[in-house]
Design a protein around this ligand. Structure first.
Ligand code: HEC
Ligand code: HEC
Length: 216
């Protein structure tokens, strides 16, 4: 079936500041990706200042699940609900497969200094067992580069985005995480811990192509 939504979406991309001039990497892009690029960038690396996350190199299964969550309200976000609702299941799968194949690129945020930085590092690498918070790398892999299909990389995401997600799990506006794992972790984190770990994670190198193997 032909998708009559396309012209409107392409126009929206232009209005939102994107460009119709397709760079090389769009060669194999599904047509809908033109509208996504306005916010997530032609390379899928998002826009840190605006809070638009990296999509490049995230697991396809994870990306597809998030698009379905935005569409059905499991993950509540007005912008992404509007983007995801018109997509068919096949379009969601095509977009997810496309972004999963893009190589992440760019420079991480500068490493924070002082006590906040060491607190952030401690939480990411060792957790805080006095509060029952496991180390982030236990699930997100060494260097937080992601593990298998279910644990997304945290590298290449901005501190503001990471912080916003922890808050969203706390207040229930983001759901759908397998077994409520992130909801449980988020509830135990203080605002200061959230901020510290988000800044430390945003400063980690991308390590393109590296994803830890899922444990059996
Ligand atoms: C107008 C800006 C905008 C456009 C256009 C847009 N997005 Fe988003 N996207 C966002 C924002 C903002 C978020 C973060 C939402 C949140 O905080 O939960 C997001 C989040 C996402 C996520 C979740 C990423 C993660 O790491 O969990 C996916 C997947 C996604 N977008 C895919 C798309 C796709 C595919 C398109 C095109 C069909 C698209 N987006 C178009 C702004 C946009
Ligand atoms: C017990 C396993 C586990 C631990 C420990 C864990 N996470 Fe997660 N995390 C997950 C899973 C699973 C997801 C994917 C959620 C989904 O599919 O909706 C996730 C997703 C995320 C996301 C969303 C990424 C995105 O692209 O939107 C952020 C941010 C995050 N975790 C931060 C952290 C931080 C910070 C820590 C350490 C304090 C941490 N996680 C520890 C399992 C875990």
């Amino acid at each position: 079936m032909r998708n009559f939504d396309m012209p409107r979406r392409a126009l929206a991309a232009v209005l939102l500041g994107g460009s119709l001039a397709a760079p090389q990497s769009w060669a194999a892009a599904p047509p809908e990706a033109a509208s996504c690029a306005a916010c997530h960038g032609a390379e899928g690396m998002g826009n840190a200042a605006a809070g638009y996350p990296r999509l490049a190199g995230l697991p396809a299964q994870y990306l597809a699940a998030q698009l379905r969550y935005f569409a059905d309200g499991t993950r509540s976000n007005a912008i992404m609900a509007g983007m995801a609702k018109p997509l068919s299941a096949a379009q969601i799968d095509a977009l997810a497969a496309y972004y999963a194949k893009l190589k992440p690129s760019g420079t991480p945020a500068p490493m924070p200094t002082g006590e906040a930085a060491s607190e952030g590092e401690r939480l990411a690498l060792r957790g805080d067992w006095s509060k029952g918070i496991p180390a982030c790398i236990r699930c997100h892999g060494p260097g937080a580069v992601g593990v298998g299909a279910a644990f997304p990389p945290l590298t290449g995401q901005s501190a503001a985005y990471i912080e916003a997600q922890i808050k969203a799990w706390k207040d229930g506006s983001r759901r759908g995480d397998p077994l409520g794992l992130m909801h449980t972790v988020a509830l135990r984190m203080s605002d200061a811990q959230t901020q510290d770990v988000a800044q430390w994670l945003a400063a980690q190198p991308l390590q393109p192509g590296k994803t830890a193997a899922a444990k059996p």
